[in-house]
Design a protein around this ligand. Structure first.
Ligand SMILES: *[C@@H]1O[C@H](CO)[C@@H](O)[C@H](O)[C@H]1NC(C)=O
Ligand SMILES: *[C@@H]1O[C@H](CO)[C@@H](O)[C@H](O)[C@H]1NC(C)=O
Ligand SMILES: *[C@@H]1O[C@H](CO)[C@@H](O)[C@H](O)[C@H]1NC(C)=O
Ligand SMILES: *[C@@H]1O[C@H](CO)[C@@H](O)[C@H](O)[C@H]1NC(C)=O
Length: 336
C-alpha cells in the first residue's frame, strides 16, 4: 500500500529522462569513400545526441541489405569491411536508435580502387619481322587496374615515352624502327596504387635486303674510291719523286761536257741537236715513255767521262726493264 503510493509519487520524478537520437551521420575511413582493393574500409556511424544504449545498424545498397548491428553506450560505432573487394563499391547508410525513436543517415558512396596488375607488353609489327624503316606499335596492357593509368615505355633502360589511358586498360606507343632499336623492351603501368613493370620483350630488327645491298654497294663504292684516291696520291708522289730526280740529274748536266754524238740523241727525242738538255724536261711533262728513253740516252753519253757508277747501273736497269716489259711505269719506279 505504502509501496504503491511511493511509486505513484516517484514515477514522474524518478524515471530517467531519455534523449532521442538525432543527426545520424555515416563517415568512412579512409575518408572520402575511396578504398584500395584489399585494404580495410571502416564505416563510422555517429549520432550528435542520444541517451542510453544506442543501437546502430548498417545497410548496403538501394535495397537496404542489412550488414550488421551494434548496441552500445556510445555516440559512435564502427563497422569494418576487410579486405575490401571490388564488389564492395556501393551506396551505404546507417541508422541509430534508442528507446525514444530512431534515425537514418544519408547515403555514402564507396569506390574501390584496384591496383594495376602486371602489365603485358606486345610488340606489333606490320609484317612478320621487324624491318628497319617499319613502324612498330608497343602495346602495354593490364588485366586489372582502375583508370586513369599511366603507361611508360622503355627500351633497354631508357624511357621512350609515356601515355595515359583514362579509360580502357591499354596504351600504345609507336616507334619508327632504326637499326639501333633492337634489344629488350618493357613497360610500366601505374595508377597511383603501386607501379608494376612488365617483363622484357626482345625485338630483333632485320635490315631489308635492298638496304643491305645498298649498304654493300655503297661500301664497295667507298672502298673503290678510297683505293683510287690512294693510288692517285701514290702516283702523284712517285711522279714528284721522279721529277725531282730528273731535275737533279738535269741540273748536273750543264757541268758536264756537251754530248759529242748528237745523232744518237736526235733519233730518240726528235729534237734539234743544238738543244741537248731542254727536251728532257719537256718530255718528262708530256710523255713518260719518252722521258725514260731520253734519260737513258743522256746517261749513256756520260758513261765514259762520269764516274757515277750507281747512276749508270740504275739507268741501265731501267733501260733493260723497259725493253722487256714494255715500258711499265711501275717497273721503272721499282728499278729506281
Ligand atoms: C641498365 O640495365 C643494365 C642491365 O640491363 C643494368 O645493369 C643497369 O643497372 C641499368 N641501368 C640503369 C640506370 O637502370
Ligand atoms: C600507333 O599505331 C596504331 C596503328 O597504326 C594506332 O592504332 C595507334 O593509335 C597509334 N598509337 C599512337 C600512340 O599513335
Ligand atoms: C633481354 O631480356 C632477357 C630477359 O630479361 C635477358 O635474358 C636478355 O639477356 C636480355 N637481352 C639483352 C640484349 O639485354
Ligand atoms: C632474336 O635474336 C636472338 C639472338 O640474337 C634469338 O635467340 C631469338 O630467337 C630471336 N628472336 C626472334 C623472335 O627472332
Amino acid at each position: 500500500m505504502l509501496r504503491s503510493l511511493l511509486l505513484l509519487i516517484c514515477a514522474p520524478l524518478c524515471e530517467p529522462v531519455g534523449v532521442p537520437v538525432s543527426d545520424v551521420t555515416l563517415e568512412t575511413q579512409p575518408p572520402g569513400g575511396q578504398v584500395t582493393e584489399g585494404k580495410k574500409l571502416i564505416l563510422v556511424c555517429s549520432v550528435a545526441r542520444g541517451t542510453g544504449h544506442i543501437t546502430f545498424l548498417w545497410y548496403k545498397g538501394a535495397m537496404g541489405l542489412q550488414l550488421g548491428t551494434k548496441a552500445q553506450r556510445s555516440l559512435t560505432a564502427e563497422f569494418e569491411i576487410f579486405p575490401a573487394r571490388e564488389s564492395d563499391a556501393e551506396h551505404y547508410y546507417c541508422a541509430a536508435g534508442n528507446g525514444y525513436g530512431h534515425k537514418v543517415s544519408g547515403l555514402v558512396s564507396i569506390t574501390v580502387r584496384i591496383p594495376v596488375s602486371l602489365p603485358v607488353l606486345t610488340l606489333r609489327t606490320t609484317g612478320a619481322q621487324a624491318v628497319v624503316g617499319d613502324m612498330v606499335e608497343l602495346y602495354c596492357e593490364v588485366q586489372r587496374g582502375s583508370p586513369p593509368i599511366q603507361y611508360q615505355f622503355y627500351h633497354k633502360n631508357a624511357t621512350l615515352g609515356s601515355s595515359w589511358a583514362s579509360s580502357g586498360r591499354g596504351a600504345s606507343f609507336n616507334l619508327s624502327l632504326t637499326i639501333d632499336h633492337s634489344g629488350n623492351y618493357s613497360c610500366e603501368a601505374d595508377n597511383g596504387l603501386g607501379a608494376q613493370h612488365s617483363e622484357d620483350v626482345p625485338l630483333n630488327i632485320t635490315v631489308p635486303m635492298e638496304n643491305r645491298r645498298e649498304l654493300l654497294t655503297s661500301g664497295v663504292i667507298v672502298g673503290l674510291i678510297s683505293i683510287l684516291g690512294a693510288t692517285i696520291v701514290i702516283l702523284l708522289f712517285r711522279s714528284w719523286i721522279k721529277r725531282k730526280n730528273l731535275g737533279r740529274l738535269s741540273a748536273r748536266e750543264p757541268l758536264r761536257s756537251p754530248p759529242n754524238p748528237v745523232s744518237q740523241e736526235s733519233t730518240y727525242l726528235n729534237s734539234p741537236s743544238s738543244l741537248p738538255l731542254q727536251p728532257v724536261y719537256e718530255n718528262v711533262n708530256s710523255a713518260r715513255k719518252n722521258d725514260v728513253y731520253s734519260l737513258v740516252n743522256s746517261l749513256q753519253q756520260e758513261r765514259e767521262p762520269a764516274a757515277d757508277e750507281n747512276c749508270f747501273q740504275a739507268s741501265f736497269a731501267i733501260y733493260s726493264k723497259l725493253k722487256k716489259t714494255g715500258a711499265a711505269d711501275v717497273d721503272y719506279e721499282d728499278a729506281m
